[in-house]
Design a protein around this ligand. Structure first.
Ligand SMILES: Cc1cc2nc3c(=O)[nH]c(=O)nc-3n(C[C@H](O)[C@H](O)[C@H](O)COP(=O)(O)OP(=O)(O)OC[C@H]3O[C@@H](n4cnc5c(N)ncnc54)[C@H](O)[C@@H]3O)c2cc1C
Ligand code: FES
Length: 252
């Protein structure tokens, strides 16, 4: 993990409120793994004080990509950056997905901006059968950029299956050989909890990319606790022990 001043190459609008930022960062590109994140300083002054964490969405040669929506001041500042500007990035941070195990098919389950880490993962596992269950509240939240074999769902039914992404996946439980599959999931915590419950019930291998409020991003502030499911009254840190955890490891 190191700090780099990197150059913004392009900001691409994927939807009204969703952007893909392309940054020239050869060092991070070389060492990044899918599921890892970077802590980005979104302004040159002291406001906002804290860096903002973003999943590494993709890597292409010497370039890295982040997918983000405008949620508050930090992401608003990020979206207003210009091509050629320098941006300060700390990373890559955390543990990514473990995709080097034996499995035949990958089941991606992503809610909203939870799709962010999956273009990079998809690239790394393109020799496997991939089912990508992508859900959002409405069509405006559906991003399939960099993904394969997408099965779409929306809460309001504006596109794809009408219902949440976990209900969408449940319709396929009997159709996929889940004995040889791994679920990779990222999204809001209630969605991750439903995926976790399902994976434990059906004994499907499952890795969850969790989110929480973060400050330092590298284990110093102790501000990103998540309760261990394996040891009573023990906690893990999302930034260094995660953000990706085995579904059996943590309580959501
Ligand atoms: C490991 C990790 C990876 C992430 N990857 C991405 C990504 O790839 N793309 C992306 O758009 N966002 C991602 N996030 C969330 C992102 O960091 C926040 O959206 C961002 O910090 C918001 O900053 P802001 O200043 O714009 O909003 P703020 O003003 O700080 O907050 C605006 C709103 O967003 C909520 N919020 C802030 N941080 C989080 C969070 N971590 N989880 C849930 N809600 C939050 C706040 O409660 C508030 O309601 C990630 C977070 C973590 C911890
Ligand atoms: S964000 Fe500081 S310890 Fe995790």
């Amino acid at each position: 993990m190191k700090i780099f001043n990197s150059t913004i190459s392009e900001i691409i609008k994927l939807h009204d409120n969703i952007n893909l930022i392309k940054i020239h960062s050869p060092e991070i590109a070389k060492s990044a793994k899918p599921g890892q994140f970077c802590n980005i300083k979104v302004s040159d002054c002291n406001f906002p004080l804290l860096r903002r964490p973003f999943s590494i969405s993709d890597v292409d040669g010497e370039y890295i990509y982040f997918m983000f929506n405008v949620a508050g001041e930090g992401t608003k500042l990020l979206s207003s950056k210009q091509n050629g500007e320098t941006i300060n990035i700390l990373g890559p941070l955390g543990n990514g997905f473990n995709f080097e195990t034996e499995f035949k098919s990958a089941v991606i389950i992503a809610g909203g901006l939870g799709v962010a880490p999956f273009p990079f993962l998809t690239k790394k596992i393109n020799n496997k059968k991939i089912y990508a269950f992508i859900g959002g509240r409405s069509e405006n939240e559906i991003i399939t950029h960099g993904l394969e074999n997408c099965i779409i769902s929306t809460d309001n039914g504006s596109v794809g299956f009408k219902g949440n992404v976990v209900e969408s996946f449940k319709r396929y439980i009997d159709k996929i050989d889940l004995g040889n599959a791994v679920i990779f999931s990222c999204g809001p915590t209630p969605m991750l909890k439903a995926v976790q419950d399902l994976s434990l019930q059906y004994k499907i291998k499952c890795q969850l990319s969790t989110e929480c409020a973060m400050a330092c991003g590298f284990g110093i502030c102790q501000g990103c606790n998540i309760e261990s499911a394996e040891e009573e009254d023990k906690y893990k840190l999302v930034c260094i022990d995660g953000p990706v955890f085995d579904a059996k490891e943590v309580k959501l």
